[in-house]
Design a protein around this ligand. Structure first.
Ligand code: SF4
Ligand code: SF4
Length: 172
């Protein structure tokens, strides 16, 4: 799903060795940004009509050129105007974390498995993919160092979502 119809190309994280964001801005221009309901609620309350609903799902609005409503262009390059509170999908990109396999080519989802060890010693099995469309693939930091942080953030936001859902602050 995207603003200008560029498709994601997710592959298991083990197929890539390094990654570093080169701030090309592509992910803020080419893709719609899906939101958890509690994220949508937060942005609407803080920033007004910056969220749209499509088929019961929430996304950040796009500007007429297709880029994210929060993307700014500066003399030094692109900048996210809500960087410190950007949605979890942006915090994780180009990684995609899920508790179910995506069913990628050749049934190689086992290469996407990551077992996260929580600070309390609990093991949580997730699947982590990386989008080959990202310009930063193949350079920078080894994925073994990045993945635990990404998964930890994802688990935190997922827990927050479940707390909101269980409190029935919204229905899904
Ligand atoms: S596409 Fe990749 S390299 Fe470019 S801004 Fe997004 S995360 Fe960074
Ligand atoms: S919220 Fe920020 S990081 Fe996410 S797509 Fe928009 S500008 Fe990019």
């Amino acid at each position: 799903m995207s603003n200008t119809e560029v498709a994601h190309e997710y592959v298991p994280w083990r197929w890539v060795k390094y990654w570093h964001c080169v701030r090309c801005g592509k992910c803020c221009i080419k893709f719609l940004v899906p939101l958890y309901p509690h994220e949508a609620l937060y942005y609407i309350m803080k920033y007004g009509p910056v969220v749209e609903e499509r088929n019961g799902k929430f996304y950040l609005r796009s500007k007429p050129d297709g880029s994210c409503v929060f993307l700014e262009r500066t003399p030094l390059g692109y900048r996210c105007s809500i960087y410190l509170e950007r949605p979890i999908v942006c915090r994780c990109y180009p990684f995609y974390v899920t508790d179910k396999p995506l069913g990628v080519v050749d049934s190689r989802d086992e290469d996407a498995v990551y077992v996260y060890r929580s600070p309390l010693g609990k093991s949580i099995k997730v699947y982590v993919y990386i989008d080959k469309v990202c310009s930063g693939i193949g350079r920078g930091i080894p994925l073994e160092i990045i993945i635990p942080k990404i998964v930890s953030e994802w688990i935190t936001v997922l827990r927050l979502y479940r707390i909101h859902r269980d409190l029935r602050l919204y229905s899904t």
